[in-house]
Ligand binder design. Sequence first.
Ligand SMILES: *Cc1c(COP(=O)(O)O)cnc(C)c1O
Length: 249
Amino acid sequence: MDDSPTAKIRNRFERVVISIDEAIARRQPEVNKELGSKPVKVHLVVVTKSQPVEIVRAAIDAGATILGENYAEEAVEKIAALPDCQVEWHMIGHVQSRKAGLVAKNFSMLHSMDNIKLAGKLNRACEENDRTLAVLVEINVSGEENKFGIPAWDEDNWHYLLPIFEQFMAFPRLTLHGLMTMPPFFEDPELVRPYFQRLRRLREYLQGHFPKVDLSDLSMGTSSDYLIAVEEGATYVRVGQAILGPRPV
Ligand SMILES: *Cc1c(COP(=O)(O)O)cnc(C)c1O
């Protein structure tokens, strides 16, 4: 048996892809109802943060088409080292406003937009680069203080979010696609389910208020809980270690 790192990555990638399809099949009717007649597609973002270029290449060889990175500079080095790879690079980590230019130049999608100042800088950087950027708004659904994202754990106060989303939607170069969250970590992934459900409810709430904007996407779920996230309606999952193995320290 070939137990090279590349073969292991290919194996784990294929297993994750199959398990995502199985989780789609387990979705409850109310999750599918929201999706309507649209084809159900879950995009697998392979999270390559902290991984060396050889491992990133192995992920691409295994079939990865979307790579997720947390740090703009680290990603830019890898993008330069893999010039002829047909992959999309997604920024999934917190972005400081002064890194907006790097993000606007190098990424297809930002999963973690979380403030108006950053949105303004991204919009300007996109103008300078004559492009638009697909964005998801990061939401804090748990109330954990060490989490980034727009606070939204109190469902009775969601109306406070409407003017914030109106502002995000007013930037002509940013195309809002939906929401992203990083829930609390639990050993037992079942315990994360209510947070994913909350993000799904928030998506519905916002879609109801902004019917002209297509807010279809939910980016939720990592190695430990992506199957629960898919069951709860994720359209993007962000999986690193379950495919690539532990990150080097
Ligand atoms: C690191 C990271 C992931 C992936 O975590 P794994 O445990 O490697 O699957 C997903 N999303 C974000 C925002 C991350 O920072």
